[in-house]
Design a protein around this ligand. Structure first.
Ligand SMILES: [Zn+2]
Length: 372
C-alpha cells in the first residue's frame, strides 16, 4: 500500500480471516521528535508483543509477531514518518505496512480483520495538496498526498509565435497581440477548469500555485470559489520545473501550513488560558485533564521530555508515587510525554506536536484545549 487512500483502507478492511488465523494489527508511534533513538520505539514494541503473546490468541499469532518485530528491527527511514501501521495474517498471506506522517497510539489489536479505524481518521484529517503550475501556454496540475504524487494533469495550448517584426508598427501587430492575449486568457480559464476537475476527483484540502505575479493575478479570479478559499501560500517553482522540484517545493508548503496550524492552536490555547475556560497548560494540569478525559487537543513542544508517573489504572501524574485517582502506588516512567500522547491518541484526542513555537514553550511546553 504505497499511498494511503480511502480505497486502499476499504480493501484492507475487507480482508476477513477466521478464529484459527487471526489478523494482527500493530500501530507504533515512531515520532523522531519525541523518540530520538530507535531503541525507544523498539522497546515499546517488545512490550506490546509480550502482552499479545500472553493473550488468548498468543500461539496463533507467533509468526505474525515475529514478522512485525523483524520488520521494525531492520530499521526505518523516519524522514516524514511518525507512525507505523502493520497488518499481518501470515497463514492467509496478508502483510501490509503503512507509513504514516502522524504519530499514532502504540498498540496491538488481534481480530478477524485488520483494525483500520485509526487509518480512517488520519486520511480524513490529512487531505491531499493540489499544486498548479501555470504560465501563458502551459498548465500542470499535481496532487500530492503524504509526499506521494497521486494524480496529475498537463495542458499545453501553444500561443502563436512571437510577433514577427515585419509590421510591428502597424495595426496588424496590435490585432495579433490582442488575439494572443485572448488565447492566453482562454488558456488560463482552461487551467482553472483542470484544477477544479482534479479537485473534484481528489478532494484536496489546499491548493498552491506556481506562477509569475502577472499570471497569478490573472488566474486567481478565474478559480472556482471552492479553490479560492483553499489557496495556500504560493509555491516558488515555475511551469517548467521537474517533478522532483515540484515535490520538494510542495513539501515546504505543507510544512509552512503545518506551522501556521500549530500557531493557530497555540493562540487558541493562550486565549483559553486568558479567559480561564477550556484550556490548561503545564505538565501537571495537562495530565490531570487527560485523567479526567476532558482533552480535545493536546499540544506538546517538539523534543520536550520529562519523567513522571503512571498508574496501572491508566492515570498519569507529574508527581508520585500515589495515584491521584485511586491511591495505588504508581510506576515511575522516563518519558511521561510519551504516555500522555499515547493516552490522548487512545482517547481520540487530536495531538499536535509544535515545532519551534516559543509561545507554547512559555506556557510550560505542554497544554490542552478542553472539551469542557
Ligand atoms: Zn490509579
Amino acid at each position: 500500500m504505497p499511498v494511503l487512500t480511502e480505497a486502499a483502507i476499504k480493501d484492507l478492511a475487507g480482508f476477513k480471516s477466521d478464529d484459527d488465523a487471526p489478523v494482527v494489527s500493530c500501530y507504533l508511534d515512531v515520532d523522531g521528535r519525541r523518540q530520538v533513538r530507535a531503541q525507544d520505539y523498539e522497546r515499546r514494541l517488545a512490550a506490546l508483543v509480550r502482552d499479545a503473546s500472553a493473550g488468548p490468541s498468543g500461539a496463533l499469532i507467533a509468526k505474525d509477531l515475529e514478522l512485525i518485530t523483524a520488520h521494525v528491527a531492520r530499521g526505518l527511514d523516519r524522514s516524514g514518518v511518525r507512525g507505523l501501521a502493520l497488518f499481518s495474517c501470515a497463514s492467509k498471506g496478508l502483510w501490509e505496512v503503512v507509513e504514516l506522517p502522524v504519530p499514532v497510539a502504540s498498540r496491538i489489536v488481534v481480530n478477524q480483520s485488520p483494525a483500520v479505524g485509526s487509518l480512517e481518521s488520519i486520511v480524513q484529517e490529512l487531505e491531499p495538496l493540489g499544486v498548479l503550475l501555470v504560465d501563458r501556454q502551459r498548465a500542470r496540475m499535481f496532487v500530492f498526498q503524504f509526499g506521494e504524487l497521486v494524480d496529475r494533469s498537463e495542458l499545453f495550448e501553444a500561443l502563436p509565435r512571437d510577433y514577427d517584426r515585419r509590421d510591428d508598427a502597424g495595426r496588424g501587430y496590435e490585432r495579433e497581440q490582442q488575439h494572443t492575449d485572448e488565447l492566453a486568457a482562454q488558456h488560463l480559464r482552461h487551467a482553472a477548469e483542470v484544477a477544479f476537475r482534479l479537485f473534484q476527483d481528489n478532494g484536496f484540502g489546499r491548493l498552491t500555485i506556481g506562477a509569475t505575479d502577472e499570471v497569478y493575478a490573472a488566474i486567481e479570479p478565474l478559480l472556482h470559489p471552492y479553490l479560492r478559499e483553499r489557496l495556500s501560500p504560493r509555491i516558488g517553482v515555475g511551469a517548467g520545473a521537474s517533478e522532483a522540484e515540484v515535490r520538494a517545493a510542495a513539501m515546504l508548503v505543507e510544512q509552512e501550513v503545518e506551522r501556521q496550524k500549530e500557531a493557530a492552536l497555540v493562540a487558541k490555547l493562550r486565549d483559553a488560558l486568558g479567559t480561564g475556560t477550556k484550556g490548561v497548560a503545564g505538565l501537571a494540569a495537562t495530565l490531570n485533564a487527560l485523567n479526567e478525559r476532558r482533552v480535545a487537543t493536546l499540544l506538546v513542544s517538539e523534543g520536550y521530555t520529562e519523567s513522571g508517573w503512571r498508574c496501572a489504572c491508566g492515570a498519569l501524574a507529574a508527581k508520585g508515587p500515589t495515584c491521584p485517582l485511586d491511591g495505588q502506588e504508581m510506576q515511575h516512567v522516563d518519558d511521561i510525554l510519551h504516555d500522555a500522547v499515547d493516552t490522548a491518541l487512545g482517547q481520540g484526542c487530536h495531538v499536535e506536536v509544535c515545532v519551534g513555537n516559543a509561545d507554547l514553550d512559555v506556557h510550560g511546553r505542554v497544554g490542552a484545549l478542553l472539551r469542557y
